[in-house]
Design a protein around this ligand. Structure first.
Ligand SMILES: Cc1cc2nc3c(=O)[nH]c(=O)nc-3n(C[C@H](O)[C@H](O)[C@H](O)COP(=O)(O)O)c2cc1C
Length: 426
C-alpha cells in the first residue's frame, strides 16, 4: 500500500516506490540532495574517498542519491577540489564511483553544473556570466571578479558541454543527471532578472531568461538514452527583491514539463541570499523546518512533473508532512551528512532525527561557510568509513579547508597547464 491515512487524509508513504518519466523506478521517496564534497583527486577525478562516501550513503537506504556538483568545463570550477567531467576525461574512476553508489537499492544521478560568476579571483580562467553583474556579498565581494557577459557562441558551447557531460555520465554507469539551475550558479544567473540584463534572445522576459536551461535540457535529452533520467534543481525563489520569484519558478516548472523531465528539485537562495542558512536577503521569514514548503505550495500544486523538496528536513514527521503537501520526494543534505543511515531508520519505522546545531555567529556569511566546512569534514570521515559521531569545531574545519584549498588550487593549476594543447609549431 503506497498511502497512509494521517488524520483522515491519504498521504504517500516514505517507502512507496516512484516510477519516473524515463521509466526509472526509485525504491522510496527519500533522496540525498547534492553536496559539493571537495574530494576530487589528481586530474579533478573522483577517487577512493568519493567511492567510499557513496558506498556509505548507499547502505543508508535513500532511494535516490544526487552527487555533489561535477563541472562541465575544466576552465570554470566553483572550487579547485571539484570533479570535472568533459570530453576526454577518463571514465574508469567515474565507473567506480557510480558502482559504489549503486551498491544499495537506490539510484545515483550526477549533478552537473557551471559556476558562472561564482568563481573567486584566485581561480584561473575567465569568469563569465549572463551579464557583467558581480557577486555582492558585502565585505567579501572583493573575492569575486566582475564577470564578462557570455557571447552567443560561448552560451551555445556551454549548452553542448552539459550534453557531453551527461552522455559521459551515462557511459560511466550513472542512472541520470541533475542539471543545477539553482543557488545562483550560471543557469540561475540567466534565470534571474537581477543578474541577467541581456537584451538578446537569452535575456528580457522569462521565456528568454529560461532559454539556457531549456536548451540544456533539450540537448541533454537528445544526447542520452530514453531510460536515463534527467532532473533539474531550481530555486523556489532567490529571496532577493526583484529576483527570480515563486511565480517564475512555477512557470519554469510548466516549461520543463513539456520535455518532460523526471524530477524537479526545489531549493532556494544563493551566496547573496543565504536562504538555506535561514538568512534570505529579502527579509522574508522562512520556517525553521522544511524552509521552502510554504513558498513552494503553489508550485507543487500546479506542477505536472514530480517535485522533490529540499531544505531543513531532519525529522520523519516533517518529511511526511512534505509528502502530504503533494511533493513526490523529500531531499536532505545536512541531515544525511550528520546521519547517513537516517533513510533506512525511517523506512524501518524509527522516529530518528538528525541533530543539527545552527551557528549563531554575527557574521552570517562566515557562519554559513564554517557550517559547510564542518559538514565536509564529516563527509571526509564518512568516506574513510570512520564513525559518524565525530564533530570538528566549525572554526577549525574552516581553517583546515583553507589550507586544503591552497594545495588543491596548486594541483588544479598544474593539471590545467599539463592539459593545455601544445602551441602550433612555427
Ligand atoms: C556541504 C554542502 C555542500 C553543498 N553542495 C551542493 C551542491 O554541490 N549542489 C547543490 O545543488 N546543492 C548543494 N548544497 C545544498 C543542498 O543540496 C541543499 O539544497 C541545502 O543544504 C538545503 O538542504 P538541507 O537543509 O537538507 O541541508 C550543499 C549543501 C551543503 C551543506
Amino acid at each position: 500500500m503506497d498511502n497512509v491515512n494521517i488524520g483522515g487524509t491519504f498521504v504517500t508513504r516514505l517507502d512507496a516506490p516512484l516510477v519516473l518519466a524515463s521509466g526509472q523506478a526509485l525504491p522510496n521517496r527519500i533522496a540525498k540532495a547534492a553536496m559539493e564534497e571537495f574530494l576530487a583527486v589528481d586530474g579533478q577525478l573522483p577517487g577512493h574517498e568519493l567511492a567510499g562516501l557513496y558506498r556509505r550513503w548507499a547502505r543508508g537506504g535513500a532511494g535516490l542519491m544526487i552527487t555533489g556538483h561535477a563541472m562541465v568545463d575544466r576552465r570554470a570550477l566553483a572550487d579547485p577540489s571539484d570533479v570535472v567531467l568533459e570530453e576526454g576525461t577518463p571514465l574508469e574512476a567515474f565507473r567506480q564511483w557510480a558502482r559504489a553508489a549503486q551498491s544499495g537499492d537506490g539510484r545515483v544521478w550526477l549533478q552537473v553544473n557551471h559556476p558562472g560568476r561564482v568563481m573567486t579571483t584566485d581561480m584561473p580562467g575567465a569568469v563569465r556570466s549572463a551579464s557583467d553583474v558581480a557577486v555582492d556579498v558585502g565585505r567579501y565581494s572583493r573575492l569575486f571578479p566582475r564577470p564578462e557577459p557570455m557571447t552567443s557562441e560561448q552560451i551555445e558551447e556551454t549548452v553542448q558541454r552539459f550534453a557531453t557531460t551527461a552522455r559521459m555520465a551515462e557511459s560511466a554507469g550513472f542512472d541520470g543527471v541533475q542539471i543545477h539551475a539553482a543557488h545562483g550558479y550560471l543557469i540561475s544567473q540567466f534565470l534571474s532578472p537581477l543578474t541577467n540584463l541581456r537584451r538578446d534572445r537569452w535575456g528580457g522576459g522569462l521565456e528568454n531568461r529560461a532559454r539556457l536551461l531549456l536548451d540544456i535540457v533539450a540537448a541533454v535529452r537528445a544526447e542520452v538514452g530514453e531510460r536515463f533520467a534527467v532532473g533539474v534543481k531550481l530555486n523556489t525563489a532567490d529571496f532577493q527583491r526583484g529576483g527570480f520569484g515563486a511565480d517564475d519558478a512555477s512557470r519554469v516548472v510548466a516549461m520543463l514539463s513539456e520535455f518532460p523531465v523526471d524530477l524537479v528539485e526545489l531549493s532556494g537562495g544563493s551566496l547573496e541570499s543565504l536562504a538555506t542558512h535561514g538568512h534570505p536577503a529579502d527579509g522574508s521569514t522562512l520556517a525553521r523546518e522544511a524552509y521552502f514548503l510554504d513558498a513552494a505550495e503553489k508550485i507543487i500544486t500546479d506542477a505536472s512533473v514530480p517535485i522533490m523538496l529540499t531544505g531543513g528536513i531532519r525529522r520523519r514527521s516533517v518529511a511526511e508532512r512534505v509528502l502530504a503537501q503533494g511533493t513526490s520526494v523529500v531531499g536532505m543534505a545536512t541531515a544525511l551528512a550528520v546521519d547517513p543511515s537516517l533513510p533506512r531508520r525511517w523506512l524501518h519505522g524509527e522516529d530518528a532525527a538528525a541533530e543539527v546545531e545552527p551557528l549563531r555567529w554575527r557574521d552570517k556569511g562566515l557562519a554559513a561557510a564554517a557550517g559547510q566546512a564542518a559538514l565536509r569534514c564529516r563527509l571526509a570521515r564518512l568516506s574513510r568509513e570512520k564513525a559518524s559521531s565525530g564533530r570538528t569545531p566549525p572554526i577549525l574545519a574552516l581553517a583546515g579547508e583553507r589550507l586544503h584549498r591552497r594545495a588543491a588550487l596548486r594541483r588544479y593549476r598544474r593539471w590545467l597547464v599539463d592539459r593545455r594543447p601544445p602551441a602550433p609549431a612555427g
